[in-house]
Design a protein around this ligand. Structure first.
Ligand code: ACM
Length: 380
């Protein structure tokens, strides 16, 4: 364990988010969220008198580069704690590195669940914190026929497997399931939306991520579909993608998330104010940025207690830590290392913000293996 009682040396941490390539539209905001929190902690005197110093690399939207940079951080830069990753494929590239070298990855993105690693703290939503409620609400508001469109990698395929099970368990039907490469261009979406037109679903469930999200919604708009009748529903389309596609294009579509900029509350107001002051009045916060932000504060709160970056000490102490986050009070669940978060469903408005149509009465316990849900089905 590194002793630190006398020193004012910085706490060095790794930061891995894409600032270039097709994932930058959202990962750049996660980088900003991370840096906003680090600056805030440092402005308040650091942790036990020592500032946090980020060592930042840009993996350029390439999953394998995340693995390479994680190794560089741990071997060359002597860093053991890493904040980073959006896509599940980038997380999976970092996993063997942190597991072999005993690092700790703080992962601030919703994902498909069904994973546990003693070398990861998960601060984005698991399927029981977004998909379950989203499925219920979509069936209630729009109908039972779903068409799935996804980027072709692990998160969309697994997330659709789960959504498919939820839909069928509630008497619904999946009438189409199509995937496009991760960096698909706009013209590639037209044939898919022609298929949608033929299949006449009640809802498109999108697991498209990054810049392609913009192309999916723009092509939908070009086809003249009506979001009041057949919206695109998603777990990943945030204020950032809506800004990139145009507010008129995003209006009426539905997203499930622990956080939207418009959730209200004093803690969120100060966060939004701080962010806009730093990055511009026209910039919005979003769920991925918020998780990137609050997980640094979770880390800081834990490090204040441990005064050590030793992975075992840090992770053990992080379990159970509670924090007043912009979304509300959150806590690292000690059973699974995922975070207990709020469930919300929003519908995008003309201002590029989300009107909240559902909010959970309290934070929802992380259940990444859907154990509680399976049990509730078995006993229904
Ligand atoms: C994701 O790939 N976890 C959005």
């Amino acid at each position: 364990m590194r002793s630190s009682s006398q020193t004012t040396e910085p706490w060095r941490v790794g930061v891995l988010f894409s600032q270039s390539g097709f994932m930058a539209v959202i990962e750049e905001t996660q980088l900003r969220g991370t840096l906003t929190a680090i600056e805030e902690v440092n402005a308040a005197g650091g942790i036990n008198g020592r500032p946090i110093e980020p060592v930042i690399y840009d993996p350029g939207s390439e999953s394998r580069a995340f693995g390479r940079f994680a190794k560089k951080l741990m071997v060359d830069d002597g860093v053991s704690t890493i904040f980073g990753c959006y896509t599940s494929s980038s997380r999976r590239a970092v996993l063997p590195v942190v597991e072999r070298l005993n690092g700790l990855l703080w992962y601030p993105t919703l994902y498909e669940g069904f994973e546990f690693s003693p070398n990861v703290i998960y601060t984005g939503a698991a399927p029981n914190q977004n998909s379950v409620e989203l499925c219920r609400l979509l069936m209630e508001m729009y109908g039972r026929r779903f068409f799935f469109i996804g980027s072709d990698y692990v998160y969309p395929r697994e997330s659709n497997r789960i959504m498919g099970e939820l839909v069928r368990a509630s008497g619904g039907e999946v009438v189409g399931e199509r995937y496009l490469r991760l960096n698909a261009e706009r013209r590639e979406f037209s044939p898919l939306l022609r298929e949608v037109k033929e299949a006449q679903p009640d809802v498109i469930f999108s697991t498209v991520v990054g810049e392609s999200t913009v192309f999916l919604y723009q092509t939908y708009h070009d086809f003249g579909f009506d979001p009041k009748v057949m919206p695109i529903a998603s777990l990943t389309t945030t204020e950032a993608e809506i800004q990139a596609m145009g507010h008129d294009v995003g209006e009426g579509h539905v997203t499930a998330a622990p956080y939207f900029q418009g959730v209200g509350g004093a803690r969120n107001s100060s966060f939004v104010h701080l962010y806009k002051k730093r990055y511009g009045e026209d910039q919005s916060t979003n769920m991925c940025l918020e998780a990137a932000y609050f997980q640094v504060h979770l880390f800081a709160k834990t490090l204040e207690l441990t005064n050590s970056l030793d992975t075992e000490v840090l992770r053990t102490s992080a379990l159970g830590v509670e924090l007043d986050a912009p979304q509300g009070k959150v806590a690292v669940n000690p059973v699974c290392g995922h975070t207990d978060l709020w469930t919300r469903i929003g519908r995008a408005n003309r201002q590029g913000q989300f009107d909240i149509v559902y909010s959970s009465p309290s934070r929802v316990r992380a259940d990444p293996y859907l154990i509680g849900y399976a049990r509730s089905l078995a006993f229904a």
